[in-house]
Design a protein around this ligand. Structure first.
Ligand SMILES: [Zn+2]
Length: 385
């Protein structure tokens, strides 16, 4: 299998969203779903008169979601659902002087939950308040990137009112006014990947540069410059798991120091922990019933899920390649987190977890659903940064 990365730079405003036939207000999302990339490739092959080769090209390929970034070198990731920021002055400290920081509450939650299970009692409940102004904390959504510092990805939208033209007479039709919202192309990049049996990135590059991305491309929207890039640098799986557990040990010790009855409690966790972080929405089943929880079959019987935080998201779509609406279903949103622990040495699990990062989870993997990472480094930011 080949894992190839692409950078997409919009040249004109870009509109990304499913087609709503009866709406006069066409909104946009701020990411490119895998099916949009796959659809562009299919359309390009059609234009070349090579329809027969579409199936072979897309059949054994996973087209990832392409997430927005403000830098061509730095990919972005969805905030985990465990992210918190100051309600009054949200954002990373490096986003601006007025921002009070963002952190992930996951590791403190794990330590607290596990200590309480062991019988620990605390004088007060864990209650996160802003270090800076004492305000309450709130969740944060969207995408973050990490170059020299963590930053929230900024995308800018604008709307235009258009008059629909009658295709036959080329005159405007009464009442057919609609508003289209698109992303501005300035300082906007999208980075994503394709994982496939045969290398396919070059074909995708050609396709995107020819047919564009998103809707209303015949009206000048969604013209892009796409190019193949080197894989972005990312910490190794071993390193991420090791550092995640190191941070957990530190937070454990801090919490233990304020516990009322610490003498009987272990100085550090006895098990090893890891997360599965959803980088894209995941369509999960349990005995053919949709579910938000992730049941994993590992060989090891000592593996236990200790908590998960997931949010439902509706998933629909339009198949450009085959011209039909795909059935609407629901999945677990990007940013959902599942936490497991094992009493065994995690080293034994590494090959399985590595495979999970490549293969993903759940259904419709070809369209980029179910992409996961183990122990995202951002969880180690347990203090506002
Ligand atoms: Zn604050």
């Amino acid at each position: 299998m080949n894992l190839e990365y692409l950078l997409i730079k919009p040249v004109t405003p870009i509109r990304l969203g499913s087609v709503k036939p009866n709406s006069q207000f066409l909104s946009t999302v701020d990411y490119i779903s895998g099916s949009v990339i796959r659809g562009a490739l299919a359309e390009y092959m059609k234009r070349l008169g090579k329809e027969s080769s579409i199936k072979k090209l897309v059949e054994n390929s996973y087209f990832s979601f392409f997430y927005p970034s403000n830098s061509p070198e730095t990919p972005s990731y969805p905030f985990p659902l465990t992210s918190l920021t100051c309600k009054n002055n949200p954002g990373f400290k490096s986003d601006g002087e007025e921002c009070h920081g963002v952190f992930s509450q996951l590791i403190p939650i794990i330590a607290l939950k596990e200590l309480k299970l062991l019988g620990a009692e605390f004088p007060v409940d864990l209650n996160f308040k802003c270090d800076n102004c004492g305000s309450r904390m709130d969740g944060i959504t969207g995408f973050y990137m990490k170059g020299d510092y963590y930053k929230k990805v900024k995308t800018e939208k604008f709307s235009q009112t258009k008059i629909a033209l009658n295709r036959l007479t080329k005159t405007s039709e009464k009442g057919l006014i609609y508003s289209i919202t698109a992303l501005k192309p300035e300082k906007l990049f999208f980075i994503g990947s394709v994982y496939s049996e045969e290398p396919v990135a070059e074909k995708i590059e050609e396709a995107l540069n020819t047919v564009g991305v998103g809707s209303h491309t015949t009206r000048g929207y969604g013209r892009v410059e796409a190019q193949i890039i080197k894989p972005p640098v990312f910490e190794s799986l071993d390193e991420r798991i090791k550092l995640f557990n190191e941070t957990l040990r530190k937070v454990w010790a801090e919490l233990l120091s304020i516990a009322l009855d610490k003498s009987n409690l272990p100085k550090e966790p006895e098990d090893e922990y890891f997360t599965i972080d959803l980088l894209s929405p995941s369509i999960l089943d349990d005995n053919n019933m949709p579910t938000l929880n992730l049941k994993l079959d590992f060989k090891s019987e000592s593996l236990k899920q200790i908590l998960f935080l997931a949010q439902p998201v509706f998933i629909s779509g339009w198949s450009t390649a085959y011209n039909y609406f795909k059935p609407t279903t629901y999945g677990a949103a990007a940013g959902s987190v599942y936490v497991y622990k094992t009493s065994k040495n995690l080293g034994e699990l590494i090959p399985l977890l590595e495979k999970l990062e490549l293969d993903g989870i759940g259904r419709r993997r070809g369209e980029g659903y179910g992409e996961v990472k183990i122990c995202m480094p951002f969880h180690r930011e347990v203090n506002p940064i």
